[in-house]
Structures are given as C-alpha cells and as structure tokens.
Design a binder for this molecule. Structure first.
Ligand code: NAI
Length: 344
C-alpha cells in the first residue's frame, strides 16, 4: 500500500527507464506511461503530473485535473506547459535545469561537424559502394567564428567545446555573463553583430513569446553569406519560411536541426487529416518536409537529450522535484520571478 496518498501520473517515460523510475518512486501511488498525455486514460484525481516535451499541458488538461497541485517536466524546456494557467491556479511548474548541458552541446557539435564534413552524404555514398571523395569537400572550424545565441548552461558548454576547436566565439544573451566571457575568453555582441560576423550560429535559448521566430524573414539576410545554422533548442525560434528561402538562395550554406516548429505534425502526419489543424500548421508541416529533404540540411528527431547518462539524470532530478514538493520545498520552479534584463 503506498505510504504517500498523492497520485502521480508520468507521461513520456522511456520504456527502458520505467523500472528504474518505479524503484525511485516506491511508496507513491504512481501511474507510469511511455506515451504522451492521454485524457481518456488519465486519473482525474491526479495530484502531480510529470510529462516529457511531447505532452501538451493545456486548458483541457487543467480542466480534466481539478486536484492538480504540481507539474514537473522531464526536460529543460517547458513551453509545452501553459504556464499562465498554472500561475493563475498557483500550481508550480518545475523542470530539470541541468541534466545535459554537455549532452545537448555534444549533439549540436555533432550536427555542426556532420554538416561541415558532409558526413551524412559521405557515409551514404560508401554504403552505396561508391568509394570516391569528389564533391564531399568540407570546411574547417579552426579560426572560424561561432555565434552562440543564449549563453546559459548548454550555450556555455558549447563555447568550451568550440574553444577546444580553436574557434573564435561571439555570444548573445539578454543576461550577459561577464565572468563566463572572461573565463572562456569570448565576447558578447548584439544579435545583429553576431548574425553578420559568425560563420556558424547555434541557438540555445528557451522558446518564449519574446524568442518566437527570433531568426525571421527580416533578420535572416543579416546572416553572413554562407554561414551554417544549428538549432538544438526549440523549432519555433526559427521562422521556417525564412530558413527555407535562405537555404534556397544559399545565404545559409547548411542547417543542422534537432527541432522543428510544430514538429508534432512531422512525427504524426495523420493528425493533419484529423481536421484539428489550421492552414498555418499545414503550411509549416509542408515547409518542414522540404527542409528535411533539402540536400544542405541534417535533421534529427528531437534527440539531443537522448544519452543514457542524461536520461538517468532526468529521472533523478524529476523524482527529487516531486519528493521535495511533497515535503513542502519547491525546487527548480520556472514560474519563480527572474532577475531584470541588463541591456547589452
Ligand atoms: P539556460 O536557461 O541555462 O540558458 C538559456 C539562456 O538563454 C539564458 O542564458 C538566458 O538568459 C538566454 N535567453 C533568454 N532569452 C533570450 C533571448 N531573447 N535571446 C538570447 N538569449 C536569451 O537553458 P539551457 O539549459 O542552456 O537550455 C537552452 C534550451 O535548450 C532550453 O530552453 C530547451 O528549449 C533546449 N533544450 C533542447 C533539448 C533537446 O533535446 N533538443 C534538450 C535540452 C534543452
């Protein structure tokens, strides 16, 4: 019999991690699911909800769960949760702030190297029994400039890695970290300066109303001609139409993307014919497919977090968030007020 009366519902737990999670949650009344949130299956008496990024915690979910007291996401990003509703209902929303700064930064670097050394094409060619390097010339990273947008945990780790490759680094962040800049020997710049001076650009900011389409039709032309762009943060940071046009005109030489705007429709295209989509989402899905098929892109399926070590850390922090809440302490609360932005 569970010692704790709180009912906890997990969604999006990786099947191979279920037993590990169950062992950490012994004593709790738990439902552990590998799929995304399902309103038909969820217990309406759920007190605590823990979800991965593919579960949308929206108005419908809040209405279905009148006893909901706490939400924790099995991820760093929490844009899948309607934080405004949670705030109104005084339901804390917590995340896993630092399970994988190295994990995601390593994936960003893999995408960058994959693009610059034409790895995907090279491997495909050899597997097709064509042992020939013509047309596979790449570019060096050494002494080139990488612009890192968002110098938080993941961005900072990528900067360390870039320094190992002897690259110059420009950073952009509304909260510049001067100590970090000194320690890692890089300079902060305005967004426009970063766009026009970087050979490679990598995005590491959360998706917020203020960052939605931060790379867009108006500023994409400011990017240095022939630069490469990497996005392992959230698809909504880049306006797909702008990216597509820049790839077509070769303003951007290549894009390495782990995330796409409205990527749920690429994952489950049958949703498009279900009728619950609007014209813009259909257009975005079409553009996503063209981006995926473009010869100068590498797209991975929101996989940057997915290392064995990172999954274990996600489970550990999520369980700690839940157990702390039950004891009356709220850890990693993303709804807590932030410090004021300093102007760059
Ligand atoms: P973090 O919170 O440590 O750093 C984010 C940085 O972005 C902060 O320094 C913040 O000041 C900055 N920022 C906020 N608004 C900005 C703006 N308008 N312009 C430029 N910078 C801005 O977050 P962390 O851990 O580095 O993660 C970054 C993002 O990466 C997450 O929000 C998440 O969306 C994404 N992510 C993606 C994963 C994947 O599997 N593809 C896995 C983990 C995180």
């Amino acid at each position: 019999m569970p010692k704790n009366k709180m009912r906890v519902a997990f969604f999006g737990v990786w099947p191979e991690m279920k037993e590990y999670l169950r062992s950490k949650m012994s004593g709790f009344h738990c439902s552990i699911n590998d799929g995304k949130i399902d309103l038909k299956k969820i217990d309406p008496k759920t007190d605590i909800l823990a979800v991965f990024v593919d579960s949308q915690v929206d108005k419908e979910v809040f209405e279905k769960l009148p006893r909901l007291k706490f939400i924790t996401v099995l991820s760093t990003g929490y844009d899948n949760v309607d934080v405004n509703i949670a705030k109104k209902k005084k339901i804390p929303v917590c995340n896993v702030p630092s399970y994988g700064e190295n994990t995601v930064a390593e994936h960003a670097m893999a995408l960058l190297l994959g693009l610059t050394r034409k790895l995907f094409l090279s491997v495909k060619r050899v597997k097709e029994s064509v042992y020939d390097f013509h047309g596979l010339r790449g570019v060096d990273l050494k002494e080139k400039t990488i612009g890192v947008i968002g110098t938080g945990r993941i961005g900072a780790h990528l900067i360390k890695m870039a320094k190992g490759f002897e690259m110059n680094v420009l950073g952009y962040d509304p909260f510049p970290n001067k100590e970090l800049a000194k320690k890692l020997n890089f300079k902060y710049a305005s967004l426009n300066e970063l766009l026009s001076n970087s050979d490679f650009i990598s995005l590491h900011v959360p998706l917020l109303p203020s960052t939605l389409h931060m790379i867009n039709k108006k500023n994409i032309n400011k990017i240095k001609k022939g630069a490469y762009i990497i996005n392992t943060a959230r698809g909504g940071l880049i306006e797909p139409e702008a990216l597509l046009k820049a790839l077509e005109s070769e303003q951007i030489a290549g894009a390495g993307l782990d995330v796409l705007e409205d990527e749920g429709f690429v994952q489950e295209e049958e949703k498009i014919i279900s009728g619950k989509v609007n014209a813009l989402q259909i257009k975005t899905n079409l553009m996503n497919n063209i981006i995926i098929d473009h010869p100068n892109t590498i797209v991975t399926p929101h996989n940057a977090f997915n290392s064995s070590e990172a999954l274990q850390r996600i489970i550990n922090v999520t369980v700690d968030n839940i157990k702390s809440f039950v004891k009356g302490e709220i850890k990693n609360d993303v709804t807590a007020p932030k410090q004021k932005a300093k102007k760059k």
